[in-house]
Write a protein that binds this ligand. Structure first.
Ligand SMILES: CC(C)(COP(=O)(O)OP(=O)(O)OC[C@H]1O[C@@H](n2cnc3c(N)ncnc32)[C@H](O)[C@@H]1OP(=O)(O)O)[C@@H](O)C(=O)NCCC(=O)NCCS
Length: 342
């Protein structure tokens, strides 16, 4: 019986770097060191004006094919997780199929999720592979939240960065599960905690939004820019993440001692330190990787996995728990066995 396994992970960061010093110059009330103390982030990468999330995912995938034994010709499904598609239609995964030289016999689709997106992507890939519908899946993530942020909104500019990632997931012969089990959760009542209210089809302008009963933002920024209620997001994660971990342990029959590393969505260090303490995870098992990357939404987990693998922190045949949470509100976690070789 074939089981889905992660075979390779790669990522791409845009060239432009935004430092805390540059942010502190724009927002003198938040010195560079305070931004670092509060977020654990020193620099983040920002997409160029003419660079999109699909471009970032494209580079991550192209480099993966160039550097590894894997070939675009063998891909039979392309899945892109993004909240910044090139067009409302067509789906960006279709354009990436052509750009990457993936055969026209492959399926391709986007799905719209934020911080929980990578874990969801693994579950979709597992379902497709283990049901016999696909065997070589290219799971892409890409986001450019920087394009949604107001230049004067320090609340979001200190946290988010842009990135794209590519993960190859393949069906392999295995007795045991290599990805999964999973736990999921959703609280759409908290949708307004991290949102671009004037976007998509519901409201196309601030005027339309206000006429439809919407309110001006208290911080004065237009509703067409990214809004984040940081403290609410913080308390939501403390509410759901330790519970989700307990549910995953109950499903797997494992305990903390059985897990080699925990890779959480790299939201910000302040929040992760609190979640780690609450969940009683030892520091040495807890991967932190946001200092020079920032919070890249659905890309944080594959970036952290790729770096930890390249630094020798992750070894073959280890048990990992991946934990994701954020915009939606949406959360998901899963068990993964390290199986990738590049
Ligand atoms: C953003 C966050 C770090 C702020 O922490 P907090 O303790 O709730 O912050 P508060 O708003 O109460 O402010 C506390 C102090 O930190 C400062 N501060 C808040 N955010 C800061 C930042 N990013 N950089 C520097 N200083 C910051 C505030 O100005 C305030 O300073 P003061 O005490 O001198 O007035 C926290 O709310 C959080 O982690 N939220 C989740 C955000 C997130 O990860 N979003 C992505 C979800 S996927």
């Amino acid at each position: 019986m074939k089981k889905a396994a992660i075979k390779a992970i790669n990522y791409y960061l845009p060239e432009k770097i935004l430092t805390n010093e540059e942010l502190a110059k724009a927002f003198p009330e938040w010195p560079a060191d305070q931004i670092y103390q509060k977020t654990g982030i020193r620099t983040r990468h920002i997409a160029a004006d003419d660079e999109t999330a699909a471009d970032l995912a494209f580079h991550a995938a192209q480099d993966l094919f160039d550097q590894s034994i894997y070939d675009a010709e063998n891909i039979d499904m392309v899945i892109l997780c993004t909240q910044a598609p090139d067009y409302v239609l067509p789906t960006s995964a279709c354009t990436l199929q052509a750009r990457l030289g993936i055969p026209s016999s492959a399926g391709a689709f986007d799905y719209n999720l934020g911080c929980s997106g990578y874990v969801y992507g693994l579950s979709i890939a597992k379902g497709l592979i283990e049901s016999g519908s696909a065997n070589n899946i290219l799971l892409l993530t890409g986001n450019t939240y920087s394009k949604y942020m107001h230049a004067k909104d320090k609340n979001v500019r200190t946290i988010f960065g842009d990135a794209g990632t590519a993960t190859l997931i393949q069906g392999v012969e295995s007795e045991g599960e290599l990805i999964g089990p999973f736990t999921f959760g959703t609280d759409g009542a908290g949708a307004d905690k991290l949102i671009v209210k004037v976007s998509g089809a519901r409201y196309t302008s601030e005027d339309e939004f206000l006429q439809g009963g919407g309110e001006k933002r208290e911080d004065g920024f237009p509703n067409s820019t990214l809004f984040m209620d940081g403290p609410s997001i913080f308390s939501f994660t403390l509410r759901v993440v330790p519970k989700m971990l307990r549910a995953l342990f109950a499903k797997t029959g494992l305990v903390i001692d059985d897990i080699d590393h925990f890779v959480f969505h790299q939201a910000n260090k302040f929040m992760l330190d609190n979640l780690r303490r609450q969940s009683k995870i030892p520091k040495e098992k807890f991967i932190l990787d946001m200092e020079n990357i920032g919070n890249t939404i659905s890309s944080t987990i594959p970036i952290a996995l790729s770096n930890a693998k390249n630094e020798g922190v992750l070894k073959t045949n280890q048990n990992l728990i991946l934990v994701s949470f954020g915009v939606g509100l949406s959360w998901a976690a899963c068990l993964v066995k390290t199986t990738w070789d590049t």
